[in-house]
Design a protein around this ligand. Structure first.
Ligand SMILES: C[S@@+](CC[C@H](N)C(=O)[O-])C[C@H]1O[C@@H](n2cnc3c(N)ncnc32)[C@H](O)[C@@H]1O
Length: 273
């Protein structure tokens, strides 16, 4: 049983529709999915994008998975996906998509906090080949404890794919917009009702937490390393294919990587003897 005040983690019931439209309804979502896909392709042969097929379907957990935009690709490739989320509205949208794609046999939706998942599954079912936790850490009150829970759900040799909202990017954007007061007052958490997270994170801090766990970091990429900084918002959409290609190119290069709006880290669990 979780001892964290998970009830204070941000439930997306009131944001579900807006999130669907603003995040996945355009180029922002395409960039996010392109970077994730590239990172998985490089390191994970059995991904929906990989060459090989595993002998039996993989078990995938999408923790705080919302509408399941990325994890449903695993389901489409024949793997078994569990999406858990504290927001019933986000899960309703996931359910609609599952039905549309005919994936009812592949996908289970569980309305619960990530930290409480063991209460909903057998002990043996609580280990997964792949654990995805995308854009959730910045919405919880205790992100380090969340990371420890997530790591416990990854099988030996299994994979943890984490994305989180990058505080460097938020600071830089506020500098460019001359919002100096926000920076001086360290006022970075988003207002209630906004899609700016309550708890944006420094990547260095998350890397330190990851390093303290038995995980081998395989890939680290910035997501939207320049797209969000293009001054004229209309220009962002002018050459979408070039934007995606250049986002992929610069996502791994310094200093651009650490300016990504989100950071993706793909890690593999180290099997202890
Ligand atoms: C920004 S959305 C990301 C959704 C999805 N992972 C994605 O990348 O599209 C954050 C989600 O985390 C959920 N959430 C926040 N805290 C949670 C917790 N402790 N357990 C489960 N879900 C949580 C919210 O309800 C919301 O659906």
């Amino acid at each position: 049983m979780s001892k964290q005040p998970v009830h204070q983690d941000r439930n997306f019931d009131d944001l579900a529709k807006r999130f669907q439209k603003n995040i996945y309804g355009g180029l922002k979502g395409e960039i996010r999915l392109a970077v994730l896909e590239r990172d998985f392709r490089e390191h994970f042969f059995y991904s929906p994008f990989g060459e090989k097929s595993p002998t039996k379907p993989l078990r995938v957990l999408d923790a705080g998975g919302g509408q399941g935009q990325f994890s449903l690709r695993f389901a489409q490739a024949g793997h078994k996906v569990i999406i858990c989320d504290i927001s019933s509205e986000m899960l309703k949208l996931a359910e609609q998509e599952v039905e549309k794609l005919g994936l009812q046999q592949q996908v289970q939706l569980i309305h619960c906090a990530i930290q409480d998942l063991p209460q909903y599954l057998d002990v043996d079912s609580c280990e997964f080949d792949v654990v995805l936790c995308h854009a959730v850490m910045e919405w919880v009150t205790n992100p380090q404890a969340l990371l420890v829970s997530l790591n416990a759900y990854v099988k030996p040799d299994g994979f943890l794919s984490l994305t989180f909202y990058n505080l460097h990017s938020l600071i830089y954007k506020n500098l460019l917009r001359t919002n100096f007061k926000k920076i001086q007052q360290q006022d970075f958490g988003g207002a209630r009702g906004s899609l700016t997270p309550i708890n944006p994170l420094y990547p260095e801090q998350v890397f330190e937490w990851l390093n303290s766990l038995p995980l081998n970091r395989l890939a680290t990429s910035g997501i939207r390393v320049f797209h969000d900084y293009i001054f004229n918002e209309e220009h962002r959409e002018r050459e979408p294919q070039n934007v995606i290609a250049l986002e992929l190119e610069f996502s791994r290069k310094q200093p651009y990587q650490l300016l990504g709006r989100y950071i993706h880290v793909l890690s593999q669990h180290i099997a202890l003897e």
